[in-house]
Design a protein around this ligand. Structure first.
Ligand code: SAM
Length: 289
């Protein structure tokens, strides 16, 4: 008998409509749904008329539940794994079960959908080309400071954290200590919900903004790479920065900046010659003194 498949099904992170047609079909078709909190998932099931049996699979019984799920799959029955919100196994139960199934050679299939980390990054307005998900910010100050200190020299990637609303100000305060008040951040709150909000600014501005009143709702905190935001500087500034400290040939710089600013290479080249000339003249003036 061929074994059943374990489906990792993503569910909404707020707005109940954010669920795929395939997710709804799979949740209806499988023999069993393992949910982080069955009471929570019952609401989703009622909303969509899903009557599949539910069993619980949460942080503290995940290893034991994993064994049970493996047994069910071996009997040729299929199981869907869901968490309270978003993609299972991402700061949620799932990893141990998936790991166990993979070890046993049992089929695991993804039914992708929302995840707060990707959703927040996409709308943050911070660089998206490279990023690192850092999970939940630790609750203890010392651990938090150590984590943020590691961000000081992160020059390439946007760093993404999950944070509890009542600790946001403490996190921002520690960010200021470790990275300075000028580092750019974004705070995504209540994504896909009625009170969805995206704040973008410096750490200092975020402290001022969230320092008034109580912070509520679910939060994703994003920290821009230390290299700054190239899209905020003008082409001229970018060329000047390169001239001051070249990081490769002029040809490479022209290619990179032309792409970044969406202008012809000839324009970048002309600017670099102009700025170069200005610099040489400036140096020549200096030599008279
Ligand atoms: N598995 C989920 C996912 O794929 O996004 C994450 C689960 S984790 C236990 C819950 C945390 O995700 C929240 O504390 C918050 O940081 C973030 N989160 C989840 N839903 C969110 C939303 N609608 N808006 C902002 N953050 C959210």
């Amino acid at each position: 008998m061929s074994p059943g498949t374990l489906y990792l099904v993503a569910t909404p992170i707020g707005n109940l409509e954010d669920i795929s047609l395939r997710a709804l079909r799979i949740l209806k078709e499988v023999d069993l749904v393992a949910a982080e909190d069955t009471r929570h998932s019952r609401k989703l099931f009622n909303h969509y008329g899903i009557a599949t049996p539910l069993t619980s699979c949460f942080e503290h019984n995940e290893a034991r539940k994993g064994e049970r799920i493996v047994e069910v799959l071996r009997q040729g029955r299929s199981v869907a794994l869901i968490s309270d919100a978003g993609t299972p196994a991402i700061s949620d139960p799932g990893y141990l079960v998936v790991c166990r199934c993979r070890d046993e050679g049992l089929p695991v299939a993804a039914v992708p959908g929302p995840s707060a980390v990707i959703t927040a990054l996409a709308i943050s307005g911070l660089p998206t080309a490279r990023f690192a998900f850092e999970g939940f910010v630790p609750a203890k100050t010392s651990a938090r400071r150590t984590l943020f200190a590691a961000a000081r020299n992160e020059r390439e990637r946007t760093l993404i954290y999950y944070e509890a609303p009542h600790r946001l100000l403490a996190a921002l305060t520690d960010l200021r200590e470790e990275l300075g008040g000028e580092r750019r951040v974004a705070v995504a709150r209540e994504l896909t919900k009625l009170h969805e909000e995206l704040f973008r600014g410096t750490v200092e501005e975020a402290l001022a903004y969230f320092g008034v009143g109580r912070v509520r709702g679910e939060i994703v905190l994003l920290v821009a790479p230390a290299a700054g935001e190239p899209e905020r500087e003008s082409l001229e500034e970018a060329v000047a920065r390169w001239q001051a400290a070249p990081e490769g040939s002029r040809k490479e710089m022209v290619k990179i900046l032309a792409k970044r600013f969406g202008v012809p290479g000839s324009e970048v080249y002309r600017l670099s010659l102009e700025l170069g000339r200005g610099r040489e003249e400036g140096q020549a003036d200096d030599s008279h003194h």
